[in-house]
Design a protein around this ligand. Structure first.
Ligand code: 5GP
Length: 358
């Protein structure tokens, strides 16, 4: 387990509001309880409960959003989440979040994202590289990331999520916002939200718009066995796919020949029923087929996990050696949405770590 913590890691699939510490959620719930907005005792049990079925997760997200959606809290959780990932030696993090309009709080999608960016910039104990010009000291190359320098460094990039409850026009707003915030570390678009809600045709114009603008996309695919939608998603050919749980034989074939990299979220899939067990998770099939993969947390807070733990689960469940685990972590560098300069630096980080630990 300690080896998995020390291993440099790349996290490509982490939802901001799913990655909030339980202690923070409880503190926020207590504050809102004191104000009489919610009943703390009821909420406390929900936060601490371990059963996380798919429908329950989405009810929980509605609760999390009540707790976290004001500008200051969004800034706080963004700061904490980055700190937590950096603390376990994540060297590159793509954090995704759904920009939210909330009139009652004077919040627009843009002001929500500004609050997120403010949080990323206010991380204190770690050097956050949010965009290239943000390198505090050009003398210190990123290849020092996992080295013996005292301060940790982490590259952070943002993906804007389209929630499946949104209209076409709201989804288009999100893509346009991503374009506007390119110089603030925003580099991609995600489609997520309750998989039994909404229609592919609603989001397609926004995803096509992203494609036209040259913005990479990643799509939550096959969390439920919706044949028509899985086909359409594979045909769309996004830069990455999340989950890919409920594919039939034909769809597996299509996925494998597409070579679209897959974000694998073991604990999440087992907890929400997308995979029957860790042992029977489709990771093994894709790994053996040498399909491009990256190990991810999805919602480390909600599922009480961490990226190090997910790597540990891969090793203990599927019997990967340290070298194989290292190569798996290293391989994820090739699927980041950041530019070639960042990739080059990350490759150097892993080369150095390989010399030290393998
Ligand atoms: P946020 O975007 O508010 O920062 O993070 C929480 C949101 O991410 C949820 O409301 C949901 O839309 C999305 N999300 C988090 N985990 C999952 C998941 O496992 N599957 C899907 N489809 N969406 C998720």
């Amino acid at each position: 387990r300690e080896w998995c913590v020390a291993l440099p890691k790349v996290e490509l699939h982490a939802h901001l509001n799913g990655s909030v510490r339980n202690s923070t959620l409880l503190e926020l719930a207590k504050e809102l309880g004191d104000k009489g907005v919610i009943v703390f005792e009821d909420v406390k049990d929900v936060i601490m409960k371990n059963d996380r079925s798919l429908p329950e997760c989405f009810r929980l997200f509605d609760l999390f959003h009540i707790l976290t959606t004001d500008h200051d809290t969004v800034t706080r959780i963004a700061k904490e989440v980055v700190g937590d990932f950096a603390a376990e030696n994540v060297v590159y993090l793509e954090i995704r979040t759904t920009p939210k309009n909330n009139e009652a709080k004077g919040m627009t999608k843009r002001s929500y994202m500004n609050a997120v960016v403010k949080g990323l910039k206010s991380v204190e104990d770690v050097d956050v590289v949010l965009f290239d010009s943000n390198l505090r000291n050009d003398e210190t190359p990123m290849s020092d990331l996992s080295g013996d320098t005292k301060r940790k460094k982490i590259y952070v990039r943002l993906l804007l999520s389209i929630d499946r409850r949104e209209t076409t026009s709201a989804a288009l707003d999100t893509v346009n916002l991503a374009m506007e915030m390119k110089d603030q570390g925003v580099i991609g678009i995600d489609l997520s939200g309750n998989p039994v809600v909404g229609e592919w045709e609603t989001y397609l114009p926004a995803l096509e718009h992203a494609k036209d603008l040259g913005i990479p996309t990643t799509i939550h695919c096959g969390e439920v066995p919706n044949r028509k939608e899985i086909q359409a998603m594979l045909d769309f050919c996004p830069q990455r796919l999340g989950h890919v749980c409920c594919l039939d034989d034909e769809e597996w074939k299509k996925l494998k020949s597409s070579m679209i990299p897959v974000e694998i979220c073991l604990t999440s899939n087992v907890m929400t029923g997308g995979a029957p067990s860790l042992e029977l998770h489709h990771f093994a099939d894709l790994y053996n087929a040498k399909h491009p993969l990256s190990i991810c947390t999805d919602d480390s807070g909600l599922f009480s996990t961490s990226l190090s733990n997910e790597y540990y689960l891969v090793a203990s469940t599927f019997g990967l050696s340290k070298t194989e685990l290292f190569r798996l972590a290293q391989g994820a560098v090739e699927f980041v949405f950041a530019d070639d300069e960042v990739k080059k630096s990350l490759r150097a980080v892993f080369e150095r770590a390989a010399a030290e630990t393998l």
